[in-house]
Design a protein around this ligand. Structure first.
Ligand code: CO
Length: 145
């Protein structure tokens, strides 16, 4: 498969969510509630050491991620940079095949194979250096969602 086809496919990826690192989930929910955003799903993601809340709006979701302990990528992010934008996530049909395509095209990856995300999804992260400093996630929805 050529790199050109990969880029063409990428242009069609819908935004799935925007990930925000927060230190205190309740305080973050209160802040977003003042703007009219309400959580519709809360979930513990023990494999990432975080608790997440999803807030929906027309174009996608906000994912508020709060660490539940001192370890994990989100805790390290907060210690280094403070709360704020953490990642963008795009929806794809088949994470594994997109990863193969991107690796073939020389795109730097954090995850070379998909791993479990929240909501029963399969996810993978591209390295921020591949996307001008923004951590980028690919999300493959669980079947039936
Ligand atoms: Co995410």
């Amino acid at each position: 498969m050529s790199g050109g086809q990969g880029l063409a496919a990428a242009r069609g990826w819908p935004l799935d969510h925007i990930g925000m690192a927060v230190a205190d989930l309740d305080a973050a929910l209160a802040a977003w509630a003042r703007l009219g955003f309400q959580p519709h799903r809360m979930e513990d993601v023990p494999q990432d050491g975080i608790r997440v809340a999803f807030l929906a709006w027309e174009a996608g979701e906000l994912e508020l991620m709060a660490p539940v302990g001192p370890d994990g990528a989100v805790a390290r992010f907060l210690a280094k940079r403070g709360p704020g934008l953490h990642h963008l996530a795009f929806r794809v049909d088949d994470v594994a095949s997109v990863l193969r395509e991107l690796a073939h095209d020389g795109v730097r990856l954090v995850d070379r194979v998909p791993r479990p995300g929240s909501r029963g999804t399969r996810v993978a992260f591209l390295h921020p250096s591949a996307c001008e400093g923004v951590l980028t996630e690919l999300v493959e929805a669980a079947h039936g969602q």
